[in-house]
Write a protein that binds this ligand. Structure first.
Ligand SMILES: NC(=O)c1ccc[n+]([C@@H]2O[C@H](COP(=O)([O-])OP(=O)(O)OC[C@H]3O[C@@H](n4cnc5c(N)ncnc54)[C@H](O)[C@@H]3O)[C@@H](O)[C@H]2O)c1
Ligand SMILES: O=c1ccn([C@@H]2O[C@H](COP(=O)(O)OP(=O)(O)O[C@H]3O[C@H](CO)[C@@H](O)[C@H](O)[C@H]3O)[C@@H](O)[C@H]2O)c(=O)[nH]1
Length: 337
C-alpha cells in the first residue's frame, strides 16, 4: 500500500517525501511542475537513496488521475498540489479557483470511487483572515481576504461537508503558519519564480547578492520593534507534522483542523538579525510603508497538534536561518544549473 503525494515536487512536498521515505513509507508522487522542477525529486532520491513512482499529471486531468489510482494500491493521499501566490491570485482569480478547487474536487471524486478515504490537506493560517488576537487556536472565526485564501477556506468547507455525508472519510486540515528553512543537506529548498514575495527567500537572495536590499514593510505595528510578527516554522518540522497527521487519519475517522506552527512569533527585524548571525552576512534593508493586507501579529496556539497528533516543532530560529542560507548559498539559482 502506498501514500499518494500530490504536489510532491514543490517546496513542502519534497521535504515531506524525504521524511515519508525515511520512515519506510512507499510513496507515489504526482505533480504537473507548474511551480516546480524535476530536479527536486531527483535530489529527494539522492538524499534518501530510495526510489518511487512519479506521474507528471495535472489534477484537472480526470482520466490521467484515474490511471494513477487504477495502477496502484493507494491507502492515503497527502494533498499539497495547488497555486499559492496571494498577489497572483488577485490578478487571475479564475485560474486559482479552477486549479485549487476543481483540482481538489476531482481528486476527492476519484478517491471516493477507489474507496480511498484518508486525506491530509494543506490548508493555511490564511483562513484566520485578520485574527482579533493571538495566539490563534483552531476554533477562531474563519475568513479570507484574497482569492488564494478563499480557495483554502472553500476546500476546508468542501472536506467538512464530505465527512458529514460519509463518515468513512478521515481528513486532517493542516493550517501551516510560515514555513521557512530547508533540508539540512542544503540540496533541496524553496525555489521561488522571479522576485520572491515572502520574507525569507527575499532575505537569502539579498544575502547572496541577487537583490540589493530588503524592504521592511511597516515600522509602526504594535509589536516589539514596529515590524510585523509571524510564526516561522522549519519546513522539516512541518514535514514531520504530515507524518503524524497521516498516522491520525489512518487510525480514526473524522475531519479535524490542526495548526502547524511553533507558537512563537518573530518580527521582521528579529529575523534579519537572526539571519545575519547564522550566515555571518550583512542584510541591508530599508523601512518602507506597510504592505496592504498584512496583519500586525500572527502566531499559532499549537497545543491541539501536540495533544492529538503528538507533534511539536523542535527546530529553532537559528536552525531555520542556517538551513535557508545553506540552501541559497549552495544553489544561488535554485534548481537551475
Ligand atoms: N509555502 C507556504 O508558505 C504555504 C503556507 C500555507 C499553505 N501552503 C500550501 O501548501 C501547499 C504546498 O505549498 P508549497 O509551498 O510547497 O508550494 P509549491 O508551489 O512549491 O508546491 C505546490 C506544488 O503543486 C504543484 N501543482 C499545482 N497545481 C497542480 C495541479 N493542478 N496538478 C498537479 N500539480 C500541481 C506545483 O507544480 C508544485 O510543485 C500548497 O497547497 C500551499 O497553498 C503553503
Ligand atoms: O519583502 C518583504 C516580505 C515580507 N515582509 C514582511 O515579513 C512578514 C512575513 O511576510 P511573508 O513571508 O510574505 O508571509 P505572510 O504575509 O505571513 O504570508 C505567508 O503566510 C501566510 C500564513 O501561512 C500564508 O497564508 C501566505 O500564503 C504566505 O505567503 C510580514 O510581516 C511582511 O510584511 C517584509 O517586510 N518584506
Amino acid at each position: 500500500m502506498s501514500i499518494l503525494v500530490t504536489g510532491g515536487a514543490g517546496y513542502i512536498g519534497s521535504h515531506t517525501c524525504i521524511e515519508l521515505l525515511n520512515a519506510g513509507h512507499e510513496i507515489i508522487v504526482l505533480d504537473n511542475y507548474s511551480n516546480s522542477k524535476p530536479e527536486s525529486l531527483q535530489r529527494v532520491k539522492e538524499i534518501t537513496g530510495k526510489d518511487f513512482t512519479f506521474y507528471e499529471v495535472n489534477l484537472l486531468d480526470r482520466d490521467e488521475l484515474e490511471h494513477v489510482f487504477a495502477e496502484n494500491q493507494i491507502e492515503a493521499v497527502i494533498h499539497f498540489a495547488g497555486l499559492k501566490a496571494v498577489g497572483e491570485s488577485v490578478s487571475i482569480p479564475l485560474h486559482y479557483y479552477h486549479n485549487n478547487i476543481t483540482g481538489t474536487l476531482i481528486l476527492c471524486e476519484i478517491m471516493k470511487k477507489y474507496d480511498v478515504k484518508n486525506l491530509v490537506f494543506s490548508s493555511s493560517a490564511t483562513v484566520y483572515g485578520m485574527p482579533e488576537r493571538v495566539p490563534i487556536s483552531e476554533d477562531f472565526p474563519l475568513s479570507a481576504t484574497n482569492p488564494y485564501g478563499r480557495t483554502k477556506l472553500m476546500i476546508e468547507d468542501i472536506l467538512r461537508d464530505l465527512y458529514v455525508a460519509d463518515h468513512d472519510w478521515s481528513i486532517a486540515l493542516l493550517r501551516y503558519f510560515n514555513p521557512i528553512g530547508a533540508h539540512e543537506s542544503g540540496r533541496i529548498g524553496e525555489d521561488p519564480n522571479g522576485i520572491p514575495n515572502n520574507l525569507m527567500p527575499f532575505v537569502t537572495q539579498v544575502a547572496v547578492g541577487k537583490l540589493k536590499e530588503l524592504q521592511v514593510f511597516g515600522s509602526d505595528y504594535p509589536t516589539v520593534d514596529g515590524s510585523g510578527v509571524r510564526d516561522y516554522i522549519h519546513v522539516v518540522d512541518l514535514a514531520l507534522g504530515h507524518l503524524k497527521a497521516l498516522e491520525k487519519v489512518m487510525s480514526a475517522n473524522g475531519v479535524e483542523a490542526y495548526n502547524l506552527g511553533t507558537g512563537t512569533g518573530y518580527s521582521v527585524l528579529e529575523i534579519v538579525a537572526a539571519f545575519e548571525k547564522a550566515s555571518e552576512v550583512k542584510v541591508p534593508y530599508k523601512i518602507v510603508d506597510r504592505r496592504p493586507g498584512d496583519v500586525a501579529i500572527c502566531y499559532a496556539d499549537p497545543v491541539k497538534a501536540k495533544n492529538e497528533l503528538g507533534w511539536v516543532a523542535s527546530r529553532g530560529i537559528e536552525d531555520m536561518c542556517r538551513d535557508s542560507w545553506k540552501w541559497q548559498k549552495n544553489n544561488p539559482n535554485g534548481y537551475e544549473a
